[in-house]
Design a binder for this molecule. Structure first.
Ligand code: CIR
Length: 359
C-alpha cells in the first residue's frame, strides 16, 4: 500500500487545491474527488511511484498552468484518470481512445520565411524532446544514471558532421559568467526551475547536465534537463524552412545511434504531458506591438484562434521584455510533426497580417 505520510500529503494537497481561489491549473480542474479517491492508493509497478510524485509540482506551485509530471512511463497508464483529461484539454481534444500518428517529419521545403521583410520576427526556434530508452525519467534516475546519460549522448553527438558538428559543454565546471551568457542568449536552460524542482527533476544538479552546440549555435542539444534530451534548431529571423530542415536532419542522425522511448498511443514519451506525441515546439520571438497593446492576455486571446501559446520573451513563466513575445504551437499530440510546425507557420503568418492591418 501507499505510505501513510504520502496519503497525508495527498489529502492535505487535495484540500489546498480545492480551497485556492487563484489556482487555475489543469490539475485542479481535473483532479475531482472521484478521480482523487480512485488514484490516491495506486503505485506504479516498476518504480513504486505514487500520485504524490505526479501532482506535487502543482500542489507546491499553485500558479502552474498544468501541474503534473509523469515520474515514470508507466504513470501515464496507472494514473490515466488524471492524465487523460489533462492531455485531452491541452492537446486540442486528443481523446483517451485516440492514437498518436506515427512520426512524420515531412518536407521542410514546404515552408518558407514567415517574415520576409524581417520586421516582426527576431528569431525562430524549433525543438523536440526525446527520452533515451534505457533510462528512467528524472525522479527515478540515480546519480550514476545521469553520468551514463551524459556519456552516451555526448559521445553520440561527437559523431555528427557538417553543419551539425559541435562541442559538448558540461554544466559541471562551467563558470557562472559563461552559463549566464548562454541563458541570456536563449541557448541554455535556466537553473532552479521551481516547477521541475518540486517534481524531483533537479537532483544531483549539475551532474550529467550540459549543452552541446555547433559552432554557429544554430543546432543545440540539452542533456539531462526536463527530458533526457532536448534537440533544438534556431537562428535569427523567420526562416522556418531552414530551421526545421536542420532539426529534422539532427534528429535523424541521433536516431540512427540510439533508441528513444516511444508509446504506441502517446507517441514519444516525455516527462511532462504537454510535450508528448510529436514533442515539437515551434516558436518565434516576435514583436506585435499593436496586437499586444493590452498586454499578454490580450495577445493570447488572438493567438487562441490559431491554437498558439504566448509566453514572455525569456521563456516559460517569464515577462515580455521590450514588447517581445515567444509564440509557439500549443498542441503536440494527434497531429504529425509536419502539421505541428505548419500550425505555427500559418498562425504566425495570420498574426503578422492582423498586426499590419492595425498599422
Ligand atoms: C506548469 O504546469 O506550469 C509547469 N509544470 C509547466 C507545464 C508545461 N508548460 C506549458 O504548458 N506552458
Amino acid at each position: 500500500g501507499v505510505d501513510p505520510a504520502v496519503l497525508k500529503y495527498l489529502e492535505d494537497g487535495f484540500k489546498k487545491l480545492q480551497s485556492s481561489s487563484t489556482c487555475k491549473s489543469k490539475l485542479k480542474k481535473f483532479l475531482t474527488k472521484e478521480v482523487f479517491d480512485n488514484l490516491k492508493n495506486l503505485k506504479t509497478k516498476t518504480f513504486g511511484s505514487t500520485l504524490k510524485d505526479v501532482i506535487q509540482s502543482g500542489i507546491e506551485n499553485l500558479d502552474s498552468g498544468v501541474g503534473v509530471y509523469a515520474p515514470d512511463a508507466e504513470a501515464y497508464t496507472v494514473f490515466a484518470d488524471l492524465f487523460d483529461p489533462i492531455i485531452q484539454d491541452y492537446h486540442g481534444g486528443f481523446k483517451k481512445t485516440d492514437k498518436h500518428p506515427k512520426c512524420t517529419m515531412g518536407d521542410p521545403n514546404k515552408f518558407g520565411d514567415v517574415d520576409p521583410q524581417g520586421k516582426y520576427v527576431v528569431s525562430t526556434r524549433i525543438r523536440c524532446g526525446r527520452s533515451v530508452q534505457q533510462f528512467p525519467f528524472n525522479p527515478n534516475m540515480t546519480q550514476e544514471h545521469y553520468k551514463q546519460l551524459e556519456d552516451l549522448v555526448s559521445s553520440t553527438l561527437k559523431g555528427l558532421s557538417g553543419e551539425l558538428k559541435g562541442t559538448y559543454y558540461p554544466l559541471t565546471g562551467m563558470t557562472k559568467d559563461v552559463q549566464q551568457k548562454l541563458i541570456d542568449d536563449h541557448f541554455l536552460f535556466k537553473e532552479g526551475d521551481r516547477f521541475l524542482q518540486a517534481a524531483n527533476a533537479c537532483r544531483y544538479w549539475p551532474t550529467g547536465r550540459g549543452i552541446f552546440h555547433n559552432d554557429n549555435k544554430t543546432f543545440l542539444v540539452w542533456i539531462g534537463e526536463e527530458d533526457h534530451m532536448r534537440i533544438i534548431s534556431m537562428q535569427k529571423g523567420g526562416n522556418i524552412k531552414e530551421v526545421y530542415a536542420r532539426l529534422v536532419k539532427g534528429v535523424e542522425e541521433i536516431a540512427k545511434r540510439m533508441k528513444f522511448s516511444h508509446d504506441d498511443r502517446l507517441g514519444f514519451l516525455t516527462f511532462c504531458p504537454t510535450n508528448l506525441g510529436t514533442t515539437i515546439r515551434a516558436s518565434v520571438h516576435i514583436k506585435l506591438p499593436l496586437l499586444a497593446k493590452g498586454g499578454h492576455d490580450a495577445l493570447q486571446k488572438v493567438a487562441d484562434k490559431f491554437q498558439l501559446q504566448v509566453r514572455g520573451s525569456a521563456g516559460e513563466h517569464s515577462e515580455a521584455v521590450g514588447g517581445m513575445y515567444d509564440i509557439s504551437n500549443r498542441e503536440r499530440m494527434g497531429l504529425t510533426e509536419f502539421d505541428a510546425v505548419s500550425k505555427m507557420f500559418k498562425g504566425i503568418t495570420e498574426l503578422i497580417r492582423m498586426e499590419q492591418e492595425l498599422e
